[in-house]
Design a protein around this ligand. Structure first.
Ligand code: ADP
Ligand code: ZN
Ligand code: ZN
Length: 807
């Protein structure tokens, strides 16, 4: 019997969803639950996370090789959150735990090979007799030089993989991987006296003149109360050699401490104190006491754009910090939210850690260590910041909580909002969700009392919401105007430019060309059973419903009005740019979309140039609608307000409404009143009318009744199961088989199975994909059954709980 640890190995495979036992060697100190360790696994060395300790029979067990940190990386809150995540989202515990590791792994493995013990050289020669010369050369090299890395191997052979395979097969080489710790914090040396000051003074006096450097060092130590740093040594021109000599004589001690890299070092200004608006005070009067209780609770701030939500976040965070608790602030996308980051930096300075995707693993590691050590108390970042190692969590803020970027679209397919709520529940922390257009599910829960609803209806400076003109594009066509720019938009832009003000033009391109629209009456072809737009499939020239799979031929004329102007919808940013340039030859136009912006930072650059007044018109897709606050922007044009409306997605109306509101919110943020022109083929749709009126409640009431009728979330949960295979026949066979299995296993009340139906992009990189949707009101029972069937462990299946993308 010996002390053992239950270890989850950090290998991205779903089939290893159980802990393995390892012996804890006596010479490794500080190993405990939550420690990251290095363990032998088959014939490799891998990173592992300790999730439990025991006393057991150690027969056949191997010992832990090393410990990666000098304290457990996971505290109980992180561990419990990971467990919750793996159970809710049906991923392995390892997959959930590695979310908490910067760069997903704490070690770097370099593949290498060496000679096995006692090789028989004669036998080897025989084996290689009919192989090319390079086989013999390579093997001789390995036998003479010891471990050879994969990189070096590539220099020895034209086809290293084949060669390695052959050598391994015939046991001519064995694995000898080297493993190193990643993102090790940079360290610096601090120096202190090891003898009394009197003794040191005495020695310094007696040192001969030739030992000037040693004298300078002792003298410096005698004249400081603190330890001496590396920088001070440099200033005194004292070398490491001198330090070493004095240390050998036992006169000084040295110690290594982590030197935190700080990629965001820079001046920070405290923000001036402002008087809170009545709505801000009210919000804080609810949130601040909740933070003080030390118990979990959650809030939804439903505040129009410009109502001052950010200041509420800042004050709430200040309260958590006053109580020495830490805060996580989530933003949809760090590159598009530099303003909120700047405001937090201004208020809290070095207490803020910014998690940016551009950070190197080492920097990320340091940032997390600063939080872990309590040297910083606030982390701001995109969804991954949720996994920061804060051990005194008091508050989580999710700004723009409705944004779909909070959903991770790769395994584990978690939603940051749900994980935040789980982590906060486990930590006794407060969650504040904020949005001008909350997700329908979120608002529903707030109305149910699950979150405290805090409305903020007024803009801080009392500027009115912009006036919105809805343009019916069918009328435009009837009047013989075929341009993508309506008369109203043209007029608004003319006036804006004449006043030297700026305009933003949004082209909502998502879902272009997939649906069929009548340009005369605005009719969009929809499925009779599902009330969801039919999707056009080019190769087969058919329309298909992605929910029930019904197929239709493409009509030549509109079934509503018999017009022949029925067509696949499509107009790219480039086309709009040309039209704008033709109408406004003197205007300085800048385009921002996936094509023009290579990296994420490029968005930032375009936005700052636009904010600085370098351009008159900013044209782009979704991203031009988000997060920025430019006072001189007084006009917003929306080229086609209803493109998202026609996506075959039950959230189409929600996406449309929120985008329209966000876009309209960009107009008139300064002292000037803003104007918006929304072009649409669907002027009666509630997403458009409510969007034009800035009326979330009207939108919500219409939308929730639609959700209720068809039993979509929040009235049911969805689970999307995607089956993939390299050929079409197999994928359909497997999906049908699975659907049959599921029908049997999930034969329970309030649960239905939809599909299989081909995914909207049904072939990616030659892999065919078919979806099955489960709609249920008893999600935990369904996930339980799915776990029993081990569906999530299958390599050809992706399970997505609460999918955001149902297509
Ligand atoms: P939201 O996040 O709700 O869109 P912001 O927090 O960005 O709104 O606030 C809009 C503007 O009002 C910002 O420029 C902000 O600095 C300013 N502001 C916020 N609160 C106050 C206040 N109490 N007094 C004066 N200005 C404020
Ligand atoms: Zn028509
Ligand atoms: Zn249908």
């Amino acid at each position: 019997m010996s002390n053992t640890a239950q270890v989850i190995v950090n290998i991205p495979t779903r089939s290893l969803d159980k802990p393995f036992s390892y012996i804890i060697p006596a010479h490794l100190p500080g190993i405990g639950v939550g420690s990251r360790v290095l363990v032998p696994f088959s014939n490799r060395k891998v990173e592992g996370f300790i999730i439990g300790l025991a006393l057991e029979n150690t027969e056949g067990l191997k010992p832990i090789l090393d410990v990666l940190d000098d304290y457990p990386w996971f505290d109980s809150n992180m561990l419990e959150t990971a467990k919750w995540l793996s159970e809710y989202y049906l991923c392995s515990l390892g997959e959930a735990m590695r979310l908490f590791i910067p760069g997903q792994s704490g070690i770097k493995t370099q593949k290498a090979y060496q000679a096995p013990d006692g090789v028989d050289v004669e036998q080897t020669a025989a084996l290689l007799s009919n192989k090319p010369e390079e086989y013999r050369t390579a093997l001789t090299y390995i036998y003479e030089h010891g471990p050879v890395t994969l990189t070096d191997f590539a220099k020895l052979a034209i086809n290293p993989d084949t060669m390695i395979k052959f050598f391994l097969q015939h046991k001519l080489i064995v694995n000898a991987d080297t493993v190193s710790k990643r993102g090790k914090a940079n360290e610096t040396t601090l120096i202190n006296l090891a003898v009394s000051r009197e003794a040191a003074a005495q020695i310094e006096q007696n040192l001969p003149k030739t030992k000037g450097a040693q004298r300078r060092l002792l003298s410096a130590l005698l004249h400081t109360k603190d330890e001496l740093s590396a920088t001070q040594l440099r200033d005194l021109s004292i070398t490491q050699d001198t330090v070493k000599k004095l240390a050998e004589q036992g006169l000084i001690t040295t110690r290594r401490v982590p030197l935190f890299r700080n990629s965001y070092a820079g001046g920070c200004l405290r923000s001036p104190e402002v008087n809170l608006t009545p709505e801000q005070s009210h919000a804080l009067s609810l949130i601040v006491p909740a933070i003080n209780t030390g118990l979990h609770s959650s809030f939804l701030i439903h505040g129009v754009t410009g109502s001052g939500k950010t200041l509420v976040y800042i004050k709430a965070v200040a309260e958590a910090r006053r109580l020495k608790r830490q805060a996580i602030v989530l933003v949809p996308e760090i590159a598009l939210t530099s303003q909120i980051v700047a405001r937090f930096k201004a208020a809290f300075g070095e207490d803020v850690v910014v998690m940016h995707s551009k950070l190197a693993v080492g920097e990320r590691h340091d940032a997390w260590r600063r939080l872990q050590a309590g040297h910083a108390g606030i982390v701001i970042g995109a969804r991954s910041a949720l996994f920061a190692p804060v051990s005194h969590l008091g508050l989580i803020i999710i700004d723009e909580e409705h944004e779909f970027t909070y959903k991770q679209e790769e395994t584990p397919r978690y939603h940051a909002r749900e994980v935040a709520l789980a982590r906060a529940r486990l930590a006794g922390a407060v969650v504040v969700l904020g949005s001008a257009t909350p997700a329908v599910e979120t608002y529903y829960k707030a109305l149910q009392g699950e979150y405290t609803l805090i409305p903020m209806n007024k803009r801080v400076d009392n500027t009115p919401m912009p006036a919105v003109t809805v343009v019916d594009m069918r009328q435009e066509l009837a009047q013989g105007r075929r341009s993508v720019i309506s008369q109203a938009l043209q007029d608004m832009l003319t006036e804006t430019l004449a006043k030297s003000e700026q305009a933003i033009i949004l082209l909502n391109r998502r879902g272009y060309s997939t649906f069929v629209l009548c340009r005369e009456c605005g009719h969009v072809l929809k499925c009779r059973h599902c009330d969801i737009s039919l999707v056009y499939h080019a190769p087969a020239n058919v329309l298909r419903c992605h929910y029930c799979q019904e197929r239709h031929t493409v009509p030549d004329t509109c079934p509503e009005c018999s017009s022949r102007y029925i067509r696949y919808f499509g107009a790219g940013t480039q086309k709009v740019e040309e039209a704008l340039a033709a109408s406004f030859p003197a205007a300085r136009i800048v385009r921002m979309d996936q094509d023009t912006t290579g990296g994420k930072m490029a968005h930032d650059k375009i936005l700052s140039a636009f904010a600085a007044g370098t351009y008159d018109i900013l044209l782009g897709t979704q991203m031009v609608a988000k997060g920025h606050d430019i006072p001189n922007v007084t006009a917003v044009g929306i080229i086609s307000a209803d493109t998202a409306l026609n996506l075959p997605d039950f959230r189409a109306a929600e996406k449309t409404f929120s985008l329209l509101t966000q876009a309209a919110g960009r107009a008139g943020r300064g002292t000037k009143t803003g104007r918006v022109v929304m072009q649409t083929y669907n002027p009666e749709h509630y997403a458009i009318t409510a969007g034009a009126d800035h009326n979330y409640l009207t939108f919500y009431q219409n939308e929730i009744s639609f959700r209720h009728q068809l039993n979509y979330p929040p009235y049911a949960n969805l689970v999307k199961i995607t089956v993939h295979a390299a050929d079409e026949v197999t994928v359909h066979r497997n999906a049908n088989q699975l659907a049959a299995e599921l029908t049997q296993a999930l034969a329970m009340a309030d649960t239905s199975i939809i599909g299989p139906f081909p995914a909207s992009v049904n072939k990616i990189k030659d892999v065919f994909r078919v979806n099955i949707l489960i709609k249920t009101q008893v999600l935990s029972k369904v996930t339980h059954q799915l776990a029993i069937l081990s569906i999530a462990c299958r390599r050809d299946i992706i399970v997505d709980i609460d999918p955001v993308n149902v297509l």
